[in-house]
Design a protein around this ligand. Sequence first.
Ligand code: AP5
Length: 220
Amino acid sequence: MRLVLLGPPGAGKGTQGSHLAVNLGVPRISTGDMLREQQRSGTGIGLRVAELIDAGQLVPDALVVEMIERRLESADCGPGWLLDGFPRTVPQARALEQALGARGERLDLAVLFEVEEEVVVWRLSLRRVCPECGATYHLASHPPRSGGVCDHDDARLVQRPDDGERVIRERLRVYREQTAPVVEFYEGRGQLLRVDASRPADQVAAELVVRLREHAGSVS
Ligand code: AP5
């Protein structure tokens, strides 16, 4: 299955995407994770990427499109994939459509996680991540077992630099301006699946599995 996960920052794309990728047996490809990897490389591009991410701005289309096109050619993408955080602009959505068309492939669905902005601010300002394994926690809804350290490897959890309230609000503004039109792009093609992401994560996950099964049944 080939899926795009859409939604504002903090909607739960990473949380749901991680479970779903295991369920479907396909890789979860997160442009945010790939860009943070570049950031750690300390190269000139990495430093520029860091500046943009930390300010809540998008990285230029050309850079992410090339990164994704290369990633989709990997052998593990044969059975399908799940894109988390891409496309984020209409030009990115068009580039993906063209790249798939050139290979005779098609996107199955774009899943939109819908959630109110104030919920997003609460979720992101209390998010903590493990710098070693990337596990994500929430201090209220999904806290680590023992204060401040990762359940898997005991590493001390950190807050992402773009998870401060001022940058969260900028990311939301950028989402409304540049990513909301991507929702219309997929809606116009009859490829959009809306999911109420404001409920607890396990309820969202359960609904998603049912809706994707229904979709698979309706097209087979
Ligand atoms: P990226 O890393 O993709 O960030 P994002 O899209 O802003 O998404 P987040 O990771 O913040 O949130 P999420 O929806 O995954 O939520 P999560 O599951 O973690 O991108 C970062 C930056 O990289 C961008 O700002 C941009 O600069 C750049 N970038 C990336 N892709 C790009 C592209 N295509 N083009 C250009 N630039 C790009 O959940 C959040 C929190 O809530 C967690 O603590 C979680 O535990 C909790 N939670 C999740 N679900 C629930 C629930 N149902 N109930 C209660 N709590 C929940």
